[in-house]
Design a protein around this ligand. Structure first.
Ligand code: ZN
Length: 297
């Protein structure tokens, strides 16, 4: 989805979580934060005016392009969500970019998850870039003493030992950096586990789909066989019907013949009747003539 929002910032780095929250729906902002917390967001390429990012969402990998242009924030995501004015993936990309551009010290606060993401960068950042680090032998010794159990903890996946209480300075920042790295590693492992769980879910889903497909194929085959049997039955019945209709025609023809014969017989009977009548009349006449002859003798 593509979106365009009026934006007064002239650098993407100026968009802090508070500002990002103000341009997102509560749900999109919540999901965006969750994606960042679960380490599902990757900044592919970014500068002050454009971010290319990828987010592992709950239904796949989505790609985002976010850009500042002519006083507007233009965002584009490969997802199909209708979240306005910006989808959760773009929100996640902006939040991750903000985190990405913060000085390392502020990530300590983030690692502890106790403060909000819009905490101001810690001013101690200057100590890491100081050209003359103020390092004392005592701090280095404490650091080295902490380092060994810290490495063992990292190897075994357990919690880091409590760091020595050191004043702000180079050695303290080394410890902070190692702690940050360990937090990122945990986040990566968590994200990996999430991905593996998701892959297992997908595999199970695919298995179910493939089983359903096989059942459907078997059903389709059975249906095809039933259709073929039906077609054969229909052909047989059609043949029987054809023969029956021939028989009916024969019977109708014979019936007509019988009727005409009966008609002829009736005519002959009537002819015979009239002959009989004539014969009776003739006989009567003969009797009468005979009686008259006898009388005249
Ligand atoms: Zn999206």
């Amino acid at each position: 989805m593509r979106h365009k929002i009026a934006c007064s910032a002239d650098r993407l780095g100026l968009l802090d979580p508070h500002m990002i929250e103000s341009i997102a729906t509560p749900n999109a902002y919540h999901m965006g934060r969750q994606y960042v917390a679960e380490n599902r967001v990757r900044i592919v390429e970014a500068d002050d005016i454009q971010i290319s990012a990828a987010v592992i969402g709950h239904s796949g990998l989505y790609e985002q392009t976010i850009r500042l242009k002519d006083g507007h924030l233009l965002s584009k995501c490969s997802c199909t969500l209708s979240e306005e004015p910006m989808c959760r993936h773009c929100i996640a990309a902006l939040l991750e970019y903000h985190r990405w551009t913060q000085p390392r010290q502020s990530q300590k606060a983030k690692a502890s998850r106790s403060s909000s993401e819009d905490a101001a960068p810690a001013p101690a950042s200057s100590s890491t870039s100081s050209p003359v680090p103020n390092v004392t032998l005592s701090e280095v010794l404490q650091f080295v003493a902490w380092l060994e159990p810290a490495f063992k903890a990292i190897e075994s996946g357990s919690d880091l030992p409590s760091p020595p209480q050191l004043p702000p300075g180079a050695v303290a920042s080394w410890i902070t950096n190692i702690t940050n790295l360990e937090v990122r590693q945990r986040e990566n492992q968590q994200a990996l586990q999430n991905l593996q769980a998701e892959m297992r879910d997908r595999d199970a889903y695919l298995d179910r789909l493939s089983q359903q497909l096989q059942v459907s194929i078997a059903e389709a085959k059975a249906a095809q066989l039933a259709i073929q049997t039906l077609q054969r039955d229909v052909a047989r019945y059609q043949e029987i019907l054809g023969r029956a209709s021939g028989l009916i025609k024969d019977i109708i023809g014979q019936e007509a013949q019988i009727r005409s014969t009966a008609h002829e017989l009736l005519e002959k009977t009537s002819h015979l009747d009239s002959l009989t009548t004539s014969f009776h009349e003739l006989t009567d006449l003969l009797h009468l003539s005979l009686n008259q002859a006898n009388a005249s003798k």
